[in-house]
Design a binder for this molecule. Structure first.
Ligand SMILES: [Ca+2]
Length: 517
């Protein structure tokens, strides 16, 4: 009798523990920097195969319409942490300083008994708060031999940053015990500019023809001055730090680099100066012949533009290959440790990126390539795999999603919505019909993209550029998915514009945003 009772108690204990695990998943948010959906095979990329990101999507859910509220590194991170728009969390552009006293989902998870950690890029100026452990890169970080600040102490590590950040993340996982759930933010610097691949990925795309985007030779007619006055064209990239060309001794970089007077050669000298002798030899062995061939060929006009696009893309994609490979390392680790199926994994980027569309690199604009961001989630305790959602979702939604998964109440002042209801084969009917966007970094900062805000519905996009300009743009994404024709001034669209403006007003009211024109 006693034995039976003990056995029953054991069964109850195990099922309670299982129930507990089910209610309280471990959480890993992997975020990269500037990773365009067009460079992920799960999102239809023809240029690269990303089997590990694809695995998360295949065994989980892929959000085909995920967007950011402000397409810039620091602001997006602040939105994710706080679940609030930039004008509420105070981090509007990359000149901002994050007020680290404010509430974040990480602090709430920690209060609820989670072990919390962040590893990799931080980029919010002030120290991380709410983390039991933090080990972050300084500012933008570097591709090689990065400086990590681990709980306040700075150490330079030798090696390739995408690998090293993953190494540090695996060390955090090594310390975990089954009695306490954890939440870790794993933030890669890659594939942020200036796209320096790992040695083992050199030449990976050299035999590929990278297709030119349809809009590569865009002349920005039929758009407002905002599209013409940017400094985001690939042809104006830095010859040194972006293109890795060896400039003649003492020569100035002829590219503007979008940098308001920034000196590309100086940036490159700093990156190149970090290499060990051995690394420098490996680097030169690959890039010097490329540089020599460029000067010999001396391309001009369209040929130059194409050459620069190819160089940019081959380096960018090689950096993505390392990101995907390292996600594979993480998934394998979790699988080996039998932690994979009680961990809720999110993969996203801090925003999208232009990969030659409109002739551009960088982000900022509310156009599809940078407004859109990759978002996939694997959460087997909650859903079967193979799901896709077409709903309009935002980086603003990550905080409430994670909190709900952890069984923590979402504070009423968080402005996003939990995405858990979308993890189902039953379509979610009650969902938002438009997303609100607001970009601020102008006239200072990089790339000269004017301040703007707007609304995107499933079919239309209305944008207002303001500050030193007063220009509206309207796109029909069904008829014109590449956003080449601004149809704002067409008389027949008056009713549509009025209705979109009403919806935009409503969103500004809901999110407490006011625009000072
Ligand atoms: Ca970014």
């Amino acid at each position: 009798m006693m034995r039976v009772l003990l056995f029953l108690l054991l069964v109850v204990a195990i099922s309670c523990k299982t129930g507990e695990t089910k209610r309280r998943p471990n959480i890993i948010i992997i975020m990269t920097d500037d990773h365009a959906k067009n460079a992920i095979s799960a999102f239809g990329s023809k240029m690269i195969n990303t089997p590990n990101i694809d695995r998360i999507a295949k065994e989980g859910i892929k959000f085909n319409n995920a967007f950011v509220t402000n397409a810039l590194c620091g602001p997006s991170r602040a939105v994710i942490l706080t679940g609030k728009y930039s004008h509420i969390n105070g981090f509007k552009d990359n000149q901002s300083v994050f007020d680290n006293r404010q509430m974040t989902f990480i602090k709430l998870l920690r209060d609820a008994g989670y072990y919390t950690a962040v590893v990799g890029k931080w980029h919010l100026v002030t120290e991380p708060t709410g983390f039991d452990y933090w080990n972050v890169l300084i500012d933008q970080g570097t591709y090689y031999n990065p400086d990590f600040i681990e709980m306040g102490d700075t150490t330079r590590k030798t090696g390739y940053t995408t690998d090293l950040v993953t190494d540090e993340a695996l060390k955090v996982l090594d310390k975990q015990t089954p009695d306490k759930p954890f939440a870790m933010m794993l933030h890669q610097k890659a594939p942020h500019r200036n796209w320096m691949p790992n040695f083992k990925h050199f030449g990976m795309f050299d035999n590929d023809t990278i297709p030119l985007p349809e809009t590569f030779f865009d002349d920005y007619s039929n758009r407002s001055a905002a599209a013409r006055e940017q400094d985001m064209e690939i042809v104006n990239m830095f010859r040194s730090s972006d293109m890795k060309l060896i400039l003649p001794k003492g020569a100035k970089d002829t590219g503007s680099g979008g940098g308001n007077g920034a000196d590309g050669a100086k940036i490159w000298a700093s990156e190149y100066g970090r290499f060990t002798d051995e690394q420098r030899q490996l680097w030169d062995a690959y890039y010097k012949p490329i540089s020599d061939a460029f000067y010999k060929q001396d391309p001009k006009g369209e040929d130059l533009k194409k050459w620069m696009y190819e160089r940019y893309m081959k380096d960018y994609l090689a950096c993505v290959a390392s990101v995907d490979e390292n996600i594979g390392r993480l998934l394998d680790y979790l699988e080996q440790k039998k932690m994979l199926d009680n961990t809720f994994i999110i993969y996203t980027s801090d925003q999208g990126f232009f990969l030659g569309e409109h002739g551009w690199y960088d982000k900022r604009f509310m156009y599809e390539e940078s407004l859109g961001t990759p978002l996939v989630m694997r959460y087997p305790q909650r859903m079967i795999g193979g799901l896709e959602s077409e709903q309009l979702v935002l980086n603003l939604d990550i905080a409430p999603t994670v909190l709900e998964a952890a069984g923590v109440a979402v504070p009423p002042d968080m402005q996003g919505r939990s995405l858990l209801p979308l993890m189902s084969t039953t379509p979610q009917k009650d969902w938002r019909t438009g997303v609100y966007y607001h970009y601020y970094e102008f006239p200072y900062g990089w790339h000269n993209v004017k301040k703007h805000y707007g609304i995107r519905t499933d079919r239309y996009k209305l944008i207002h550029f303001y500050n030193d300009i007063d220009a509206w743009e309207l796109y029909d994404l069904k008829a014109d998915p590449k956003e080449m024709n601004n149809i704002y001034d067409r008389q027949e669209n008056k009713q549509l514009i009025d209705s979109l403006k009403r919806e935009l007003d409503k969103l500004q009211l809901e999110f407490k945003d006011t625009v000072n024109l």
